[in-house]
Write a protein that binds this ligand. Structure first.
Ligand code: DAH
Length: 338
């Protein structure tokens, strides 16, 4: 039986190297190693041998099986290589176009906003998406149990006392004033979170905050800065309209409307502004003295304005997008339009 094993070995090695194609090699593999191949058939006879022979023949058989498997695998690689070399390669076929990606429209808008405000002397800062109650609410003149907290449906963080997913970028006003002395001119773009979800609300959305603190800052300064910046951001000269409103951290507080980027108030049937000629675009106001005090500044000496604006809202107005969820679905048919 040892002789037979040696015979199979010689024959298999010779056949393997003689193969000219992958198909031929497959046949050789089946002939020697297949379920009914020469080697397995021979090894099936081992139980008939004496216990002495069982051991040596069994070992020889296993070694041979491993060797053959390796040889055949190597031969497969060689034949595949040869096949590729023989294939016709047409070097005149034009290359496939390279698909180029780009930033998400929200990121692009944040960059644009930063660039516009930097020309107006505003530094962009970012920070705390998970923040404590103090920075997100209390220091902004919204004490515990104050009804104004109901204005924002809040995600509270489990297992960390008094921490929230920030409901507004206004928390950055406090962080910045705690660490820096006036004059202050900052914007703070970033993610914000509220328990809310429909075509115009998402549990995660983006805002940018603005804060200017100096001596003798006025509402006129606020109006000029916002008008100049929004006109550049929306790429359309806009007029602003201020309506009195309420925010706990500003006094007076304002709702800011921009003239309709679509019809500028000239089309009574305009779908974007519904014929009103204006679009609500930001909340703003003069920083409440309590807020300055909470952040360690003397309201007798310093004053300022603040504003907060939804980034998705700006994109929706600018590009007439009617469903906020499009920003988060990552559908290339949508994203590639930017
Ligand atoms: N934080 C407000 C909100 O999310 C927006 C806001 C309003 C920000 C007035 C301000 C401001 O800085 O002055 O609804």
């Amino acid at each position: 039986m040892k002789n037979e094993i040696e015979k199979i070995e010689q024959e298999a090695i010779a056949d393997t190297s003689a193969c000219k194609s992958i198909e031929e090699l497959k046949e050789v593999e089946i002939k020697f190693l297949g379920r009914k191949g020469l080697l397995p058939m021979l090894l099936r006879k081992i139980p008939e041998l004496s216990s002495e022979d069982k051991k040596t023949v069994g070992q020889m058989g296993n070694v041979l099986r491993k060797n053959l498997e390796e040889k055949i695998a190597n031969r497969y690689f060689e034949l595949e290589d040869q096949q590729e070399e023989n294939e016709f390669f047409d070097i005149t076929i034009p290359a496939k176009p390279l698909e180029k990606g780009h930033h998400h429209p929200i990121s692009m808008m944040i960059c644009h906003i930063e660039e516009v405000f930097s020309r107006l002397g505003f530094t962009s800062i970012s920070g705390a998406e998970i923040d404590d109650d103090w920075h997100n609410f209390s220091a902004l003149n919204v004490p515990k149990d104050h009804p104004a907290r109901e204005m924002q449906d809040t995600f509270w963080v489990k297992n960390i006392d008094d921490h929230v997913l920030r409901t507004q970028t206004s928390n950055m006003q406090i962080h910045y004033m705690e660490a820096n002395k006036p004059p202050i001119r900052i914007i703070a773009p970033g993610k914000t979170f509220r328990k809310d979800s429909d075509a115009t609300h998402s549990p995660m959305f983006h805002q940018f905050e603005g804060l200017m603190v100096d001596k003798n800052v006025s509402l006129a300064n606020l109006k000029w800065v916002l008008k100049t910046a929004l006109s550049e951001i929306l790429e359309k000269e806009v007029e602003l309209r201020f309506r009195l409103s309420f925010f706990p951290f500003t006094e007076p507080s304002l709702e800011v409307d921009a003239s309709c980027v679509q019809c500028a108030g000239k089309n009574p049937n305009c779908k974007v502004c519904k014929g009103t000629g204006f679009l609500e675009i930001a909340g703003a106001g003069m920083v409440h003295p309590n807020v300055l005090r909470n952040a360690g500044l003397d309201p007798e000496k310093w004053n300022g304005f603040a504003f907060g604006c939804g980034i998705e809202r700006i994109l929706m107005v600018k590009y007439q997008i009617d469903d906020l969820r499009l920003f988060y679905e990552n559908d290339l048919r949508f994203l590639e339009q930017f």
